[in-house]
Design a protein around this ligand. Structure first.
Ligand code: ADP
Ligand code: MG
Length: 248
């Protein structure tokens, strides 16, 4: 049975006069892998940042497991612990080694003891193939390695949902593959994933559903087969034509 984990209703977000999200309705089901594609400036990052409330929506509702998180009295701190976020720019703590990067949130936010936090951190570093770099500092790592540590760090908080905002777009081309491979290994393990990406082959391969955003609206959504194989909307076709041409 499909069970909604995040439901977004009539979400709007403006920065001054600029309405960036225009009445977005969007549901993510438990265990689902959803990719969000679309041109630069279409509002993809803003949508992700509204989901985890790094941005406050101008209006609309965000329901997490049936509860409106914007309602007074709902614990935003608790809500945020259910969501992991991986950014384009890694955002590791540069003064902490790899292991400590994966431990610190667990001991401070989740109040886990050090032994438990260490065990969880090591298990997740193993998942991303970085267990042998525990003592390394971020500055000693390649971009791909940093991003894999960032994924392990987010996973160490045991999130229900992982949000990825173009996790490979700051990487040198030769490092994109290792990060995509890591993400692919997480897909369909029960973890819910929302991935903003411009890696079309990856989105096609790994997603249960693809969302195409254009100028602040969801212009089209469907299975990867439908979106990539048989897009209905003219603007989806144009976008895909443009990005796929570029990849050739
Ligand atoms: N913090 C902000 N303040 C003002 N404008 C913003 C801010 N964040 C995003 N925007 C604007 O919102 C629009 C959508 O941006 P964004 O969500 O980053 O798009 P995408 O991720 O699809 O490239 C852009 O016009 C951008 O300039
Ligand atoms: Mg963006």
């Amino acid at each position: 049975m499909t069970e909604a984990i995040i439901e977004i209703k009539h979400l709007k977000k403006s920065f001054g006069d600029n309405e960036v999200l225009k009445d977005i309705d969007f549901t993510v089901n438990k265990g689902e892998v959803v990719s969000i594609i679309g041109s630069s400036g279409s509002g993809k990052s803003t949508l992700l940042r509204c989901i985890n409330l790094l941005e406050t929506p101008t209006s609309g509702e965000i329901h997490y497991q049936g509860q409106d998180v914007l309602q007074k009295g709902y614990s935003l701190t608790k809500y945020r612990t259910h969501l992991g976020m991986v950014f384009q720019s890694f955002n590791l703590f540069n003064n902490l080694n790899v292991l400590e990067n994966c431990i610190t949130g667990q001991t401070t936010v989740l109040k886990r003891n050090r032994a438990e936090a260490t065990k969880t951190a090591v298990a997740n570093l193993e998942k991303v193939g970085m267990a042998s770099y525990q003592k390394a500092m971020p500055a000693q790592l390649s971009g791909g390695q940093k991003q894999r540590v960032a994924i392990a760090r987010a996973l160490s908080m045991d999130p229900d949902v992982m949000l990825f905002d173009e996790p490979t777009s700051a990487l040198d081309p030769e490092m994109v593959g290792e990060v995509l491979k890591t993400m692919k290994s997480l897909a369909h393990t029960g973890l819910t994933m929302v991935i903003v990406t411009h890696e079309m082959a990856f989105a096609r391969d790994v997603s249960d559903r693809v969302i195409f955003m254009d100028q602040g609206v969801i212009a089209e959504e469907g299975t990867p087969e439908a979106i990539f194989g048989n897009p209905k909307e003219a603007r989806t076709k144009e976008f895909l034509q443009r990005v796929l041409d570029k990849e050739e």
